[in-house]
Ligand binder design. Structure first.
Ligand code: BT5
Length: 272
């Protein structure tokens, strides 16, 4: 019996509205795509804020900028959360920030590992002196002509029990909780804790408090020299990542001393 089937999760969940409703799929193309398709076709009463779609396998798991997300069947937590925040569009990055914080806190609670974040959307663990990616986040939304976010889908891919030999090769090396702790981590209690943390952080953000202070404290990117590839501008910006602002922008000072505000939407970032 799969630990993440609907009856098991419904019996275990402790949250008021996250994961209600909850749907489990053995296999899908991408949970973000499926949820997005359903949001466009179904009324909000059927798919309220808090709806979670989760799968054991994605045939077309997606990262940002047409990149793919790879995870062997049954080894991960691959889920998408629907929110209907009605926020100004400039608060969009809060979605990624609050999800990253929630995943970090759930990992700490379930494993005791120290968890860091890499701007803009990676959750990382330090292993052998290098940061390894344990979770990626893909937040997508619909911005209205009035520049409001009417719905948002936060996709999270968490490498829970991927064995070392099955980790995908990637520029930021991948790891899993199994590899980091040396033992399998139970997915159901992890999911329950993750939803508890998400509920706290979403409610904080809905009350107009930026997740930035807590998120900033975990950012390994600060103080580093970064190369920012700004899509559409055709030039590579090199500078030191000094800080972030309340909206989650990265503030990068170039060699001439000029400060640049970098948004997450259209950027890839390489470490020096
Ligand atoms: C991300 O993109 O990190 C966002 C990943 C979001 C995945 C979730 S799973 C549920 C939901 N449904 C979806 O279809 N997606 C979301 P990005 O920063 O662009 O990183 C993608 C890069 O990470 C790839 O190009 C690979 O190099 C690397 N990668 C792929 N699979 C990985 C894994 N399991 N662990 C670590 N790195 C991985």
């Amino acid at each position: 019996m799969n630990d993440l089937r609907e009856t098991a999760v419904q019996a275990a969940r402790t949250t008021k509205w996250i994961g209600r409703p909850y749907r489990f799929f053995d296999t899908v193309g991408s949970t973000n795509d499926l949820l997005k398709q359903d949001v466009k076709q179904m009324p909000a009463e059927v798919l309220p804020a808090g709806t979670v779609y989760l799968t054991d396998f994605q045939a077309q798991g997606r990262g940002r900028l047409q990149r793919s997300w790879e995870a062997p069947s049954g080894t991960s937590l691959l889920l998408s959360l629907l929110l209907r925040p009605d926020w100004p569009a400039r608060q969009s990055a809060w979605l990624t920030m609050l999800a990253a914080l929630s995943v970090a806190e759930a990992i700490e609670a379930q494993t005791g590992l120290a968890v860091k974040l890499k701007w803009p959307n990676d959750v990382v663990l330090e292993q052998h002196g290098r940061y390894h990616k344990v979770c990626g986040i893909l937040a997508e939304g619909n911005i209205t002509t009035e520049q409001r976010l009417d719905y948002a889908i936060i996709g999270m891919g968490i490498n829970v029990n991927i064995p070392y030999e099955s980790l995908p090769a990637a520029t930021t090396p991948a790891t899993s909780l199994l590899v980091a702790t040396g033992k399998p981590v139970a997915r159901l209690p992890f999911l329950v804790t993750l939803w508890e943390r998400l509920e706290v952080w979403v409610e904080t953000a809905v009350n107009n408090q930026s997740p930035q202070p807590a998120w900033n404290q975990r950012l390994v990117t600060l103080g580093q020299t970064v190369h920012v590839n700004q899509m559409g501008k055709g030039e590579l910006l090199t500078g030191v990542a000094e800080n972030t602002d309340a909206w989650g922008h990265l503030l990068v000072r170039d060699v001439r001393g000029q400060l640049h505000t970098i948004g997450a939407g259209d950027v890839t970032l390489r470490d020096a």
